[in-house]
Design a protein around this ligand. Structure first.
Ligand SMILES: NC(=O)c1ccc[n+]([C@@H]2O[C@H](COP(=O)([O-])OP(=O)(O)OC[C@H]3O[C@@H](n4cnc5c(N)ncnc54)[C@H](O)[C@@H]3O)[C@@H](O)[C@H]2O)c1
Ligand SMILES: [Zn+2]
Ligand SMILES: [Zn+2]
Length: 439
């Protein structure tokens, strides 16, 4: 798939952008540790050149915290198009400003900041509304333009389908349009509280807010990784009366019960999830949220179709959601999908009058001030609840495999570099992936 996608992209030529994804090595040939993609199931920690300023509005960050996301697993499995060998991955990171370009006004060398996972221009009409993930000017993928009719913003470390920008699972990273794409962190907020403003917190918040969770709603959430765990918290904070969560990992279900008072359905035990939901909630859910993953087919039918490349994505979660909601219910998709799926229940969607909402990639810019100042600082939501492990960047390749297998009860991980502060009180201490339990 990668070879075909890269060939097609080469044939079409790059779409014009106002922000370059160029990578300039710093003078002197110094290198850094970074995680790079080499093939499906093959990521490695390599020595890469330390990046330098390319455009005048760039910043170079010394990374003090990074992590792994369910979205990285789609790259790990080679399910996202136009990956190239040697691409540096990672789209959630924070750091300390190391170098600033001459046009940067809002951040200074030495400042502590968190980066958005998307690279936005700050001046197109989407950016002016804070819809940074929809920026028109930063993704040069004509392949995405061909497949979707338009393009997302460029993303850090997320293939050439989203612009080919180097990512932040590294000791240093280049952040273009730094005034717009970096958020300064107040001193009273710890690194562990700040890091997840990069992605998980705005993404889960967007899923809940954009789909519309109202006071008294009954909400179902598919997928209890970090995104689903946070969505359950946000749903409760927005007034949901009941939250019902679906996954197959007992520890993830137990965690949602403890943390958010959720009711749970284990789909490895309950074959007909929608039927169970109608037993629990006669008439159906008000809201269904998809925080799962498109690359794990449940049924033999879709294992075969996906294996034969007759579809790129599986429809099982969305079909359950459509069946499980009430008439006129709302379904919101923040889980990533990439292409095409077979057997989508379009009839039920139409006949039930369902509001089916693709939430898109989450616009971090729209939400991160609100999350930081209205929820984290007043203590209404402490993001550290989801951190299960802390590991050094040297273990990043091993972490991909362990996170993919959901080993050792992993939820969200804090990945430290040589520039990190020590763990904050109450947060996990550093462990090595080799020492994790294998189950
Ligand atoms: N839209 C965005 O901006 C954005 C940003 C970040 C992550 N995401 C996406 O959000 C999703 C969740 O991310 P995460 O980090 O929590 O991932 P994760 O891989 O840790 O968790 C996914 C969970 O979904 C569960 N799951 C798989 N199939 C299921 C099914 N049929 N029914 C119920 N549960 C099922 C898995 O068991 C797993 O626990 C991923 O698809 C990720 O790509 C989207
Ligand atoms: Zn992510
Ligand atoms: Zn823009």
């Amino acid at each position: 798939m990668q070879a075909v996608a890269n060939k097609a992209q080469e044939h079409m030529g790059l779409h014009p952008t106002t922000v370059s994804s160029g990578y300039k090595a710093r003078e002197g040939g110094e290198t850094m540790k970074a995680l790079a993609w080499f093939g499906a199931g093959d990521v490695r920690v390599i020595d890469a050149p330390i990046p330098d300023i390319v455009d005048p509005n760039d910043v170079i960050l010394k990374v003090t915290g990074t992590t792994i996301c369910g979205s990285d697993l789609h790259l790990f499995h080679g399910e996202i198009m136009a990956l190239q060998k040697g691409d540096i991955l990672g789209h959630e990171f924070m750091g300390v400003v190391d170098r600033v370009g001459p046009s940067v006004k809002n951040v200074k060398v030495g400042q502590r900041v968190v980066s958005s996972f998307q690279i936005a221009c700050g001046s197109c009409h989407f950016c002016k509304e804070g819809m940074s993930s929809m920026c028109d000017n930063t993704n040069n993928s004509s392949l995405q333009n061909y497949m979707y009719g338009t393009r997302d913003a460029g993303f850090f470390g997320y293939s050439h389908f989203t612009g080919g920008f180097a990512g932040g699972q590294a000791e240093y990273v280049r952040v273009p349009v730094a005034d717009y794409n970096l958020l300064p962190i107040p001193d009273e907020v710890t690194d562990e509280q700040a890091l997840y403003l990069s992605d998980v917190l705005p993404t889960s918040y967007h899923n809940v807010v954009d789909t519309g969770v109202n006071e008294g709603d009954v909400v179902g959430i598919w997928g209890m990784g970090p995104i689903g765990q946070c969505a359950a918290k946000w749903a409760k904070l927005k007034g949901a009366k009941r939250v019902i969560v679906i996954d197959k990992y007992p520890n993830r279900l137990d965690f949602a019960r403890e943390q958010s008072g959720a009711e749970t359905i284990n789909f490895s035990e309950v074959k007909d999830v929608a039927k169970r939901i109608h037993e629990l909630v006669p008439g159906g859910l008000d809201v269904a949220l998809d925080c799962g993953t498109f690359h794990e087919p449940k049924t033999l039918l879709h294992k075969i179709q996906k294996g034969l490349m007759l579809e790129t994505d599986v429809p099982e979660t969305v079909n359950e959601m459509i069946l499980a909601v009430r008439k006129r219910g709302r379904c919101g998709l923040v889980a990533v999908y990439a292409g095409f799926t077979n057997g989508f229940n379009i009839g039920a969607l139409m006949e039930k009058g369902i509001r089916f909402i693709g939430n898109g990639q989450a616009p971090t810019k729209k939400y991160w001030d609100e999350i930081l100042y209205d929820y984290i600082i007043p203590g209404k939501l402490d993001p550290t609840f989801m951190i299960s492990h802390r590991v050094p960047l040297e273990d990043m390749a091993k972490l991909y495999a362990a996170f993919d297998q959901r080993q050792s009860g992993v939820e969200k991980v804090f990945v430290e570099t040589k520039f990190s502060n020590p763990p904050s009180p109450g947060c996990p201490k550093t462990t090595r992936v080799d020492d994790w339990e294998k189950t």
